[in-house]
Design a protein around this ligand. Structure first.
Ligand SMILES: Nc1ncnc2c1ncn2[C@@H]1O[C@H](COP(=O)(O)OP(=O)(O)OP(=O)(O)O)[C@@H](O)[C@H]1O
Length: 242
């Protein structure tokens, strides 16, 4: 799946947020979109999923009905319990067997995940912590069968242990042959994964490739430092590499 020369400008904005963005999603790696606040990551997800109107010829993806997109603004009805939300997801995915707690729990890989799921089953969404809700949403939504999964910052506000659980769940999707694109600011988490990095900067893709190669090219083992070095690159130099 490819994105080719995608351009998007918000109405009334003077400059496009995305200005000829091109990359190829790797099916066997976790694709990770990184970039500064305001670089256009959410805008890119919205363009890819049809939430924003773009020239369709710039998108070589599966149909939107075969995508799953978890936005940062997660659906949130405070009175719904984890179980209610699971029913809702079960209806979406047309999998009636998801009406039972056991069918979810059996799918979970660790006892910690199983305990957390049972804990959240009867809890209202309004009472869950940010991290608990994110973990629950990613866990339930990743059970829906799609070819392309897009998760906008699935681990922001999540403690390190739960971040690892979420990343493992995403890795499992990749292992099952699904294509997965996430955005994150937690770059150290990527060291544990086989990540394909897409670095968005100045409206363009400044780097696309393996996480480890990116570190090597940046001349540091610290991904945060590599990030700073990239965003410190003058935009004229970005233009020169186009
Ligand atoms: N509806 C809108 N109208 C006009 N400008 C917008 C709109 N939504 C976002 N923008 C602008 O587009 C730019 C990209 O925003 P976007 O949310 O895509 O960034 P992001 O990379 O996801 O940032 P973050 O890491 O903070 O989540 C920002 O400058 C933002 O102010």
């Amino acid at each position: 799946m490819h994105v080719n020369q995608l351009t998007y400008r918000y109405p009334k904005a003077t400059r496009p947020v995305l200005d000829g963005v091109s990359f190829t999603l790797q099916p066997n790696k976790l694709n990770v979109l990184i970039g500064q606040n305001g670089a256009g990551k959410t805008t890119l997800f919205d363009c890819m999923t049809g939430a924003l109107p773009v020239d369709k010829t710039s998108l070589e993806l599966v149909p939107t009905t075969d995508m799953l997109y978890l936005t940062q603004l997660m659906y949130n009805h405070h009175e719904l319990t984890g179980k209610d939300f699971a029913y809702f997801i079960g209806r979406l995915s047309q999998r009636p067997d998801f009406k039972k707690l056991e069918s979810y729990v059996n799918n979970l890989s660790t006892s910690r995940e199983q305990e957390l799921f049972e804990h959240l089953w009867t809890m209202k969404l309004g009472k869950m912590s940010v991290g608990e809700k994110k973990w629950l949403f990613v866990t339930l939504l990743s059970s829906i069968k799609r070819s392309l999964y897009l998760f906008d910052e699935p681990t922001s506000g999540v403690d390190p242990a739960s971040r690892i659980q979420i990343m493992r769940r995403l890795q499992r999707l990749v292992d099952e042959g699904k294509t997965c694109l996430i955005s994150t600011h937690q770059l150290h988490d990527l060291a544990q994964l086989d990540a394909h990095v897409i670095f968005l900067h100045g409206g363009r893709v400044l780097y696309e490739g393996d996480f480890q190669d990116w570190l090597d090219e940046s001349g540091t083992t610290d991904p945060d430092e590599a990030f700073v070095r990239m965003v410190d690159t003058p935009l004229d130099d970005v233009a020169a590499t186009r």
